[in-house]
Design a protein. Structure first.
Length: 127
């Protein structure tokens, strides 16, 4: 019985060690000591939130606001595309209202809404 109890922490440590990957990063986004450095130490990680202002890739689209199928998801439906609005003034997101929105598409961003191309809103204009 004592041997089984003594082996338990060792097995747990081995199981946790097996979960680590060679390209793991720490909680701050820096490469772990076991991963090869792919970027110079002075390089900073890309921000996860897009700041407002003039940004590269910024677009302006006009469309109608629609509610998404998931609670809290707001869509802007244009003639040829649907955008998931991220950020901005939620009081302007009334279903059926026509808006002109300037923002930055975030095509690679995973969301719980599962509809439309995520668009980080920079500015909103009614009409």
């Amino acid at each position: 019985m004592k041997l089984r109890l003594a082996a338990l922490p060792v097995l747990a440590a081995l199981a946790l060690a097996g979960c680590a990957s060679p390209d793991a990063t720490d909680s701050a986004g820096a490469p772990s000591s076991s991963s090869p450095a792919s970027a110079p130490a002075s390089a900073s990680p890309a921000p996860s939130v897009v700041p407002s202002g003039a940004l590269s890739g910024e677009i302006t689209v006009t469309g109608q606001v629609k509610d998404g199928v998931e609670a809290g998801c707001v869509l802007l439906s244009t003639a040829d595309k649907t955008y998931l609005l991220l950020g901005g003034d939620p009081s302007k997101y009334r279903s059926g209202v026509k808006l002109t929105v300037t923002g930055v598409p975030q095509a690679g961003l995973a969301t719980t809404c599962q509809q439309g191309t995520p668009l980080q809103v920079v500015s909103i204009k009614e009409g």
